[in-house]
Design a protein around this ligand. Structure first.
Ligand code: T1G
Length: 683
């Protein structure tokens, strides 16, 4: 007979063993009703003499995947999770955690408050709080070092990466790993076995073996920080995590908990955590299209055609082959087709060399790819993606032809990065079947996929595009038609103005280091060198990138660009580039004596990007500010801990940005001005 202890927690007793069941879909997050239910369960276990032991587990897809992140925005209430965990641990009757799915964050911390842990073989366990700019705030920083040692605990907490159950067992984090379908039986059997045992219960907070070892290794923490410096760069949570582990090694448990709590609250109030929590939800929001009904019929895509076997076409073909969908790739010349298929094979072989797939996988994937010189071969495909040269004339030829070849109901997509999808749709008799699928290069790697919705694109086509994006492990962002859609349009000013600053007199290394200090892995000019100067075209008749390309300086791939590169690809400002800048200055009659400070560089580049984002939003090109942030983070590696341009603008202060833009002689977007004047925010 099951007793409901709260809306989301129930308890039933069989043969003296209580089963505490959490039922809080979708991921059994430890929200207020769960916490209340767990406290009630602990009280029941303590007071009911018929109960000799307990098993704690959950329903549906996973053991609790953490605290309820959504609750952070509305304010957490009693009982707080640390107290809940301590209450479970303090019980005098054994509690066995039956772990499956993804026991993450607070979920793992609850399991650590139990006396025993049994895990399903497919379970994963982790503490990903660092990805939210936080640290495990329910005793994890104090219990993990005690049960697996400081080094392993730091590895888990600073990377945030989950570990598989067998490794967890090896580390001592779980007592037993069992077959998935035997989890409950095994957990009940363990409860039965331990309920008869005498002696004190194993409480992680009282374990001392690891702490003694770690205390003896005085430079353990400094060594860890030195070895993993990259993970500490720019973000604040890892240093706080390190200090909580120091407390776990040096202090009694209760004092260590006080350190954890203090540092958790510091992080919780930080801009970085606000930004990362925004990004967590924004990444999941992008797939939701409010004006398309949830039951919109989807088009079944079981076969794909790709036109063009170049870098983009090849990468796109791989995305579908990777999930077992056969792809026919069409080229105009055999040698281009052979080259394209050769590049795909090489990509797979390189992945196999890294041990991420087997030689057999390579053949399976290649077996899904068929080359053809004949567009007629696409006649039976469910989805056809054009990835040819960016010229409307060529698109017209391709889509007019496709219209006569493709079967009824086939989706016709263009991978164009900026051309007008509505215009492309007019080359067919079926505009409702046309959309943009804008992949970012390399298409088989970059996680962003812009789904470009034409005026006439049907709801089914858009809904299918959004679902397909997730199926090929991309994050979709819906865009309406404009030059550059969302990510490229957003970043045009960033790149354009960086070059303007260089011509006006700010040294390239000042510009790039300012943006690395902001959090980008590389500055705008370094990025141009990496992407290739020949892929960027600027209108002015004489411009820096054009002149560099004329000198056969195409960036890292050929002779350097703004920078010269040594064999380790370390860049130094190139004299040839400085000469080109001088030439452009002379041609435009610019003195080149205006050197900006790093702060001015940051404002000068970031404010116009925010302004462009505001225009993208007010024009309805993007549905949400969060979508723009996701596009910037996934398309241009905007540092996630800054939240993306729109979230960063809210944190930085919209009135400051409006004033800064006006001081630069730029007109703030109406939406930006309105929000700034009303104390509003984008996110
Ligand atoms: N809180 C609230 N909602 C959550 C959630 C959470 N922890 N995790 C997922 N969701 C929602 C998500 O927004 C989506 O909602 C749905 O569940 C499915 O998620 C004190 C402070 C578990 C691996 O960081 O990593 O514990 O869009 O699309 O791909 O120390 O969700 O359907 O409306 O991602 O199968 C620590 C975060 C929290 C884990 C499943 N825990 N979640 O992936 O589904 S902080 C985390 C995930 C904490 C304590 C600290 C993944 C997943 P909707 P999904 P998925």
């Amino acid at each position: 007979m099951s007793e409901s202890l709260s809306e989301t927690v129930s308890l039933s007793v069989v043969d003296g063993i209580a089963t505490v069941l959490i039922d809080n879909p979708p991921v059994n997050a430890l929200g207020a009703t769960v916490r209340k239910g767990l406290v009630a369960a602990a009280e029941k276990i303590a007071s009911d003499t018929a109960i000799k032991a307990a098993v704690l587990t959950a329903k549906a897809r996973t053991f609790p995947a953490g605290a309820d992140i959504a609750e952070f925005a509305t304010g957490m209430t009693d009982p707080w999770l640390p107290e809940v965990v301590n209450t479970i641990e303090a019980l005098e009757k054994p509690v066995v955690a039956a772990i499956y799915g993804t026991a993450l964050g607070g979920g793992l911390e609850v399991a650590l408050g139990c006396h025993y842990r049994v895990a399903a073989a497919s379970a994963k366990l982790g503490v990903p709080e660092v990805q939210l700019g936080l640290l495990p705030g329910a005793g994890g920083t104090q219990r993990l070092p005690r049960i697996v040692g400081a080094e392993a605990a730091l590895q888990m907490m600073v990377t945030g990466k989950p570990i598989k159950a067998p490794l967890a067992e090896k580390m001592g984090l779980v007592d037993k790993v069992v077959a998935d379908d035997a989890l409950m039986d095994e957990a009940l059997a363990m409860a039965k076995a331990v309920m008869a045992k005498d002696g004190p219960l194993p409480r992680v907070s009282e374990m001392t073996e690891w702490t003694e070892k770690d205390r003896a290794d005085s430079d353990l923490l400094d060594k860890f920080r030195a070895e993993h410096g990259r993970m500490f760069r720019g973000v604040i949570a890892p240093d706080h995590i390190l200090e909580t582990v120091r407390a776990a090694i040096e202090l009694p448990f209760a004092e260590g908990m006080a350190v954890e709590n203090e540092r958790f609250m510091t992080l919780f109030a930080s801009d970085q955590s606000r930004a990362l929590r925004h990004v967590f939800f924004a990444m999941r929001e992008t797939a939701k299209v409010p004006d398309i009904a949830k039951d919109t019929p989807l088009i079944d895509v079981k076969s794909v055609g790709v036109i063009g076997a170049g870098t983009m076409g090849g990468g796109i073909a791989m995305c579908f082959a990777n999930i077992g969908i056969p792809v026919t790739i069409v080229e105009v010349k055999q040698e281009a087709l052979d080259r394209g298929l050769g590049v795909i094979r090489k990509n797979y072989e390189n992945t196999a060399k890294k041990g991420r797939m087997t030689a057999e996988d390579v053949e399976t994937r290649m077996g899904l790819l068929t080359g053809s010189l004949n567009m007629e071969d696409l006649g039976d495909k469910d989805l056809i993606i054009e990835a040819v040269f960016e010229s409307m004339e060529i698109k017209e030829k391709v889509f007019s032809r496709l219209d006569t070849i493709a079967k009824p109901g086939a989706i016709l997509a263009s991978n164009t990065s900026y051309l007008d999808i509505d215009h492309i749709a007019t080359f067919t008799s079926r505009p409702e079947m046309v959309l943009g699928l804008h992949f970012f290069s390399p298409a088989n790697v970059m996680p962003l996929l812009e789904i470009v919705r034409g005026e006439k694109s049907s709801d089914s086509v858009i809904a299918t595009g959004m679902k397909l994006a997730k199926a090929i492990r991309k994050t979709p962002v819906l865009a309406r038609v404009c030059d550059g859609f969302i990510a490229n349009r957003l970043m045009y000013p960033y790149i354009d103005l960086a070059i303007e600053m260089l011509v006006a007199g700010t040294p390239m290394q000042v510009i790039d280091s300012a943006m690395r200090d902001y959090g980008f892995a590389m500055g705008p000019l370094q990025m141009l060198d990496l992407v290739g100067l020949d892929v960027i075209t600027f209108p002015a008749e004489v411009n820096v990138t054009g002149e560099l390309v004329k000198l056969e300086r195409r960036g890292q791939k050929l002779n350097g660009g703004f920078y010269d590169y040594d064999e380790k690809r370390r860049g130094t400002p190139a004299p040839a580039a400085i000469d080109v800048v001088d030439k452009v200055r002379k041609h435009r009659g610019i003195a080149g004596d205006k050197e900006l400070s790093p702060e001015q560089v940051m404002a000068g580049l970031l404010y116009p990007v925010v302004n462009e984002g505001a225009k993208i939003l007010e024009e309805g090109i993007a549905m949400r500010a969060g979508d723009i942030d996701v596009a910037a983070i996934l398309g241009y590696n905007w540092p996630a801990y800054q939240g993306g341009p729109m979230c960063w603008a809210d944190i930085h202060g919209l009135p400051k940005i409006v004033a800064g833009l006006e001081a630069m002689g730029q007109k703030p977007a109406a939406l930006l001005k309105k929000l700034a004047s009303e104390g509003g925010s984008f996110t």
